[in-house]
Design a protein around this ligand. Structure first.
Ligand code: ADP
Length: 500
């Protein structure tokens, strides 16, 4: 049977702990703040109570020392006795001033205090004190018990009374012994008072600081709780959220990261949705055409013409290109695409590609310019770089305007080769330019069908560049044309395979 205590403990833990075992930050902060305050208060109280005796003793000693000197300074004044008594009374200290002449002692000033022992000192004792002071350079200070070994005084008096003595030679040649007697330790009731006072103050302070700790903990935890609430909503698929919090720098940084994440997720979400729309549109259109043409060819005599078959072939080709792009991008996404590096001549590859396009497109009015010098050996995946060139040339053709020209340039310096594909087509606005590398991004969303393409071409190109750690970029001006470029390091160790 679990005891009542263990049940309470379990209940307490359940209150402060969350599902995964970690306590709520608010409660942790509150408990920590309160514990620190309680600890500080306890230490302050303890130190006050423990140290009061020492500190008091020290203070009294130095106070009496300066007082006895102060009285000494007055020794030559006319009204010495009155002044000395006033000073002693102001400090609630017992005073006795003796005029010393050989062994005779004449009391010339006196101020009593109810616990004082000065009146009870006999002349032998005064003589002893006088001697001690003289031997000690004129000033002497000790507890009564240490100075006088007489049992006439109670233990409290022996320990608790501080004697201060000062021997002063006056201008007229006479000698004064100034004696001060005061309590060395604070009275018991004062200590008790302080203990009670500190206990009360501590309880009050603890209550106030617990309140402040609670407010503070809530204030610190509030933005974190807000962020975590929104993050939960984000995890459930709600991406369009504003995480902005400026309360603390770390939280502001976290909220900025989450804002970026939510922006990215919103973008990806939008793109996914567009992809589904795009792909289904892109798949449906050629499929409808294929089915339509095939039915016409089946049902209507004389429609089984090579032109109609060509339409079916074209649409099927478009479909297969789209499916290939999708497969390829998913291979890149899955990280399973690898490079088969070989050394080859970039000039040769670019030339072959341009020649193929010239032959293919000679009837469509396109002009292909090619500029290169010498050889440009590189170490790269030849098939993938060929695919890059085809994608860039296809885009240059797809987005060409009246001027149907595409230029391919292979430029070399000592260390690297730069390939540029330039067109004088419709161009890309500065606003769209950074996005063209994104998956499914298309500048002209409305007229997708007017040009072929899945919106994946450039993102495949980018993946290939990144697999090769190539530098790449694009510059464009709306209505003037576009230049895509990439750079690979020259590979000087081997001759291009094709040339051997
Ligand atoms: P798509 O299959 O739609 O061509 P890409 O990823 O190849 O997809 O290109 C993304 C978008 O970038 C294109 O939809 C087009 O708007 C723009 N783009 C690409 N190349 C060019 C170019 N040479 N001139 C103008 N716009 C281009």
């Amino acid at each position: 049977m679990p005891s009542a205590w263990s049940r309470y403990a379990a209940w307490g833990i359940a209150l402060t702990r969350r599902k995964r075992g970690a306590p709520k930050i608010k409660w942790s902060l509150f408990v920590s703040f309160t514990a620190i305050t309680a600890l500080i208060l306890m230490m302050v109280t303890l130190l006050q109570v423990l140290l009061i005796d020492t500190v008091y003793g020290f203070t009294v000693k130095s106070r009496m020392r300066s007082l006895v000197y102060e009285i000494g300074y007055l020794a030559n004044s006319e009204s010495f006795s009155e002044d000395a008594e006033t000073l002693a009374q102001e400090s609630s200290t017992a005073l006795a001033v003796y005029l010393i002449d050989g062994s005779s002692q004449t009391l010339i000033a006196e101020s009593t205090e109810h616990l004082s022992v000065l009146e009870r000192l006999d002349s032998a004792e005064i003589e002893t004190i006088y001697r001690f002071a003289k031997e000690n350079g004129g000033f002497f200070q000790e507890t009564l018990g240490d100075t006088l070994k007489d049992n006439r005084f109670s233990p409290n008096e022996r320990k608790g009374r501080l004697l201060s003595a000062f021997v002063d030679e006056r201008a007229d040649g006479s000698t004064l012994l100034i004696l001060l007697d005061t309590a060395r330790t604070p009275m018991k009731h004062l200590v008790l008072l302080m203990q009670n006072h500190f206990s009360l103050v501590s309880v009050l302070m603890l209550a106030v600081s617990a309140g402040i700790a609670f407010l503070l903990a809530r204030h610190i935890a509030a933005p974190i709780e807000r962020i975590s609430g929104k993050a939960k909503r984000m995890a459930k698929g709600e991406y369009d959220l504003d995480f902005s919090e400026n309360s603390y720098r770390e939280i502001a940084e976290l909220s900025e990261i989450l804002n970026q994440t939510s922006d990215e997720l919103t973008k990806v979400d939008r793109m996914q949705k567009e992809l589904v729309a795009n792909i289904s549109h892109d798949l449906r259109t050629p499929l409808t055409m294929i089915v339509g043409y095939a039915e016409v060819m089946r049902d209507i005599e004389g429609e089984n013409t090579p032109e109609n078959v060509q339409v079916i072939i074209d649409e099927a080709t478009r479909l297969s290109a789209l499916v290939n792009d999708l497969l390829e991008i998913s291979r890149f996404q899955g990280g399973i695409e690898e490079c088969k590096m070989t050394s080859f001549d970039m000039v040769l590859l670019a030339n072959e590609t341009v020649e193929r396009y010239r032959r293919l497109k000679e009837n469509s009015g396109f002009t292909f310019g090619f500029e290169a010098k010498g050889e440009a050996p590189v170490l790269a995946d030849r098939a993938k770089i060929a695919q890059v060139l085809c994608n860039l040339i296809n885009n240059a053709m797809n987005y060409s305007a009246e001027e149907k020209t595409v230029y391919l340039r292979v430029l070399c310096d000592d260390v690297r080769v730069r390939v540029e594909v330039e067109d004088h087509g419709i161009g890309i606005s500065a606003e769209d330019l950074p996005n063209v590398w994104n998956r499914y991004y298309r500048v002209d969303r409305k007229h997708r069908r007017s040009v072929t393409g899945s919106g994946l071409g450039l993102s495949i190109v980018r993946e290939i560049f990144e697999l090769h750690s190539a530098r790449y970029g694009v510059s464009s001006e709306l209505g003037r044309g576009t230049t895509f470029w990439f750079e690979l390091p020259l590979y000087s160790d081997a001759l291009p395979a094709e040339r051997v």
